[in-house]
Design a protein around this ligand. Structure first.
Ligand code: FDA
Length: 513
């Protein structure tokens, strides 16, 4: 790379001096004058809201292939006053891994994606830049009896996902992804390489769910793999408002939480147009994965939720690895599609805004009707709202076991996925307004003091830090929503490991001072 005529040339010079091998680091550094800069940047931008001409771009992207490249980048960014953003899969819902309002550098871990599976000991080491699909594929390649309880979309990065907790098909049986981490490889602000023993239990606790981008860079995770049967069953039952959807959703709220741990009950709500007269209605799509066969599932559902009238025709048997494709609507593709980092599933919207809520008491039918009527508005055409049942092992893991505090007492979580297909400023404001109005409408029905939210469903509407100084008081507003009482312990860990607050962003954990 060339130093000439670049505002960040001191940083680049520092990188070359600092690196033990100049020729190797020069190949993984991209500035805007490099012909590959844009493709490297865009490769992991999923939410196109953050890929417009107005979006601030990084001065430099580093795609390290060695640990020394990561260490040199941290050192030189500190020395030259540049902010560092770490990117694994780039799925952050507010783009915080690749957008900053100050001069910044991206450490993109795309080349740190090795996966080593040890079937005998039921563990795996996975580097943060791997996508979940790579992890799942490599596990299934070696054993169809083992799995990992992480999220569903295969292009999610391991690094950001586990940093924020991570829930998926198996979470009611085995907990979050972070609950199943047993060691990690971590680089701190001084460039030290730490593992669980050398970092200590406080920091090891914090990186498993305390949110990415606050403490340092996690390079790899040691995971505990979990057993799954050879045959799993997936069912889907759809009902419109005219087919009693309101009553069924109302009933589901009291039942789903108590279904067996090996289920993943959820109900997705979206609007559809009637094929007859074009009027809009809402469809409720009830589904679940079940760790067992159709014959085992049917009696459970007939006993616990007879109103759904689940029949054999609504069910499909498959393996765990096939369920990953099935759940994201990927059809007629070989399992190798899981290795494809850029494959968009049919469920991906190009532009979106996400919000989340937790529900402790069933919402009344009148309350549900109000939500459904909003879904038939024009601005909600590409929107889905999904209720994910809690319960199972989540009721038995203490709130402070990891920073992820949403455990017992929750009936379900709400995922508001407000999407749109085309972007212009007026257009997107309509959808953002709809998301915020709907969230306001839901206030009386959801958790209070704090109104809880899930950190991996990043939402800057619930509060953010100042660009320069990050105050504890200001960060507490969003911090208690994501972490409840665990927030203070996270602040304590942050103050110890990164006292000058080098690793920061709009929702990073602040230091105490
Ligand atoms: P990205 O690279 O954008 O990182 C996210 C945050 O973590 C950023 O702040 C980043 O700086 C930081 N970070 C990244 N790598 C780091 C590292 N190695 N060390 C330290 N900090 C790091 N969630 C869920 O729980 N279950 C699910 O099923 C889904 N499904 C889903 C589908 C789709 C289509 C999307 C877009 C998102 C989800 N999510 C989800 C949310 C997802 O878990 C969340 O966005 C993760 O943070 C994404 O991790 P990435 O590595 O992809 O993001």
């Amino acid at each position: 790379f060339s130093f000439a005529a670049l505002p960040h040339q001191d940083f680049l010079r520092c990188l070359s001096l600092r690196s033990d091998d100049y020729s190797s680091i020069s190949k993984v550094v991209f500035t805007p004058t490099n012909p590959s800069y844009e493709s490297v940047l865009d490769a992991s931008i999923w939410n196109l809201r953050f890929n417009s001409t107005d979006t601030p771009k990084p001065l430099v992207i580093v795609t390290p292939t060695k640990i020394s490249h990561v260490q040199a980048t941290i050192y030189c960014s500190r020395k030259h006053g540049l902010q560092t953003r770490t990117r694994s899969g780039g799925h952050d819902y507010e783009g915080l891994s690749f957008v900053a309002k100050v001069p910044f550098v991206i450490v993109d871990l795309v080349n740190f994606r090795a996966v080593e599976v040890d079937v005998e000991n039921r563990v795996a080491w996975v580097q943060s830049g791997a996508i979940l699909g790579e992890l799942y594929y490599r596990i299934a390649e070696k054993s169809r009896a083992l799995a990992f309880p992480g999220g569903i979309f295969h292009t999610i990065g391991v690094g950001g996902h586990i940093s924020g907790g991570g829930f998926g098909l198996l979470f009611r049986k085995y907990g979050t992804a972070a609950d199943n981490v047993i060691d990690a490889q971590f680089i701190d602000v001084e460039g030290r390489i730490l593992d669980r023993k050398s970092m200590g239990e406080d920091l090891f606790w914090a990186i498993r769910g305390g949110g990415g981008g606050s403490f340092g860079i996690v390079l790899a995770w040691k995971l505990c793999l979990v057993p799954v049967p050879a045959t799993l069953t997936e069912f889907t039952v759809s009902r419109t408002l005219e087919q009693n959807a309101t009553e069924l959703v109302h009933r589901w709220q009291s039942i789903a939480h108590d279904l067996p741990d090996g289920m993943y009950p959820n109900v997705a709500l979206r609007s559809i147009k009637s094929t007859q007269d074009g009027t809009k209605t809402v469809v409720a799509i009830f589904s679940s994965l079940f760790l067992g066969t159709i014959d085992e599932l049917l009696p459970i559902m007939h006993n616990q939720f007879p109103e759904l009238e689940l029949s054999r025709q609504n069910c499909r048997e498959m393996s765990w690895i096939e369920s990953i494709l099935y759940e994201t609507g990927i059809q007629n593709q070989p399992l190798e599609i899981l290795l494809n980092r850029t494959f968009r599933t049919p469920l991906d919207n190009p532009f979106y805004k996400i919000k989340s809520d937790y529900v402790k008491e069933p919402i009344s039918e009148a309350g549900l009707k109000g939500l459904f009527s909003r879904l038939t508005e024009e601005a909600a055409a590409s929107t889905s709202i999904v209720f994910f049942a809690y319960g199972g092992i989540m009721d038995r893991i203490p709130e402070d076991a990891t920073p992820f505090p949403h455990r017992t007492g929750n009936l379900y979580k709400i995922f508001y996925n407000v999407g749109w297909q085309e972007e212009n400023k007026v257009n997107s404001q309509i959808y953002l307004d709809w998301a915020r109005r709907t969230y306001d409408y839901m206030t009386p029905f959801v958790s209070k003091s704090p109104r809880e939210a899930y950190i991996n469903y990043r939402d800057l509407d619930i509060g953010s830090n100042n660009i320069g100084y990050t105050s504890y008081a200001q960060a507490s507003i969003w911090g208690h929503k994501y972490f409840k009482d665990n927030f203070d312990r996270l602040v304590h860990v942050k103050t110890t490991i990164d006292p000058d607050n080098f690793f920061k962003h709009e929702q990073s954990i602040p230091t105490l001072y």
